[in-house]
Design a protein around this ligand. Structure first.
Ligand code: NDP
Ligand code: 8X3
Length: 253
């Protein structure tokens, strides 16, 4: 029987590329996200290759997450890999000018949503045991602050620390946990962050060489397919053309 992967945020970017990467290797897919038409299009594309179960799901809704997991059809119930990918950044402006609901949305999605899905799927992952994986998509922003990162960066720091703490509790279960922390990657991420500003997105990703969604999907596939006794705790992956900058210093005018 083929392995089953459960992917959140499969309608775009890393999540959609991950679905394609796992399908190419014969994994059975559970693809989730809020935009049903995109999920159905991906199911159409991949269901000739592998079984694909679609769940329209907002990860912020704990009851809906529980319901989705409780009603997985036969053949989709024994999860080998959970890819906690759904997430977003909002409000790239300075913290002091951000509307509070934007902070709440990031916390509700990147933290509460990720916790909701992890809690619901832990029993199945524990049943799988050896070789099971939880991959949480963090970010370089979880370790390296930058202007306008405020709650987004903090939410990804949560992802890192939650991943590490899960490792402590799951040590004897065979279930692996990895925080994959990508740097700049061209997806719909900046369109979401800027409420659809294509020029801002093009300016960020233009004239450099960002990661692609497929680059990150390849890393996700890699950590889930290592020999059972290997756990990568954190994988920070950036483009060759991205590195740190110096501390900012405020100076007298
Ligand atoms: P995209 O905007 O392309 O994809 C985001 C995905 O998250 C979509 O499928 C979206 O689906 C889903 N999503 C957002 N909110 C919810 C929700 N409430 N419930 C369910 N699904 C949701 O961006 P990326 O692919 O770049 O982002 C994927 C992850 O990678 C995020 O966690 C992001 O923070 C992280 N990341 C991105 C980087 C980058 O530079 N692109 C770098 C480092 C990390 P839908 O709207 O249909 O629900
Ligand atoms: C997304 C990458 O640098 O915009 O997590 O925070 S960054």
């Amino acid at each position: 029987m083929s392995h089953v992967v459960f992917i959140t945020g499969a309608t775009s970017g890393f999540g959609r590329a991950t679905a394609r990467r796992f399908a190419a290797a014969g994994w059975t897919l559970i693809i989730t996200g809020r935009r049903l038409e995109r999920l159905l299009a991906l199911q159409d594309e991949l269901s000739a290759q592998v079984p694909v179960h679609v769940v329209q799901l907002d990860v912020r809704d704990a009851d809906a997450v529980q319901q989705a997991v409780a009603t997985l059809p036969p053949g989709f119930q024994r999860i080998r890999a959970l890819i906690n990918n759904a997430g977003l950044a909002l409000a790239p402006q300075p913290a002091q000018t951000v509307a509070l609901p934007d902070w709440h949305t990031m916390i509700d999605t990147n933290i509460t949503g990720l916790v909701n899905v992890t809690h619901a799927l832990l029993p199945s992952l524990l049943e799988t045991g050896q070789g099971a994986s939880i991959v949480n998509i963090g970010s370089v922003a979880g370790a390296w602050p930058y202007p306008g990162g405020h709650v987004y960066g903090a939410s990804k720091a949560f992802v890192q620390q939650f991943s590490y703490n899960l490792r402590c509790d799951l040590i004897a279960s065979g279930v692996r946990v990895t925080d994959i922390a990508p740097g700049i990657a061209e997806t719909e991420f900046t369109l979401v962050r800027t409420h659809g500003n294509q020029a801002a997105s093009d300016a960020l990703y233009g004239s450099t060489t960002p990661l692609t969604a497929e680059d990150v999907a390849e890393q996700i596939f890699y950590v889930c397919n290592l020999p059972d006794h290997i756990n990568i705790n954190r994988l920070e992956v950036v483009p060759t053309r991205q590195a740190w900058a110096a501390y900012a210093i405020d100076r007298d005018a």
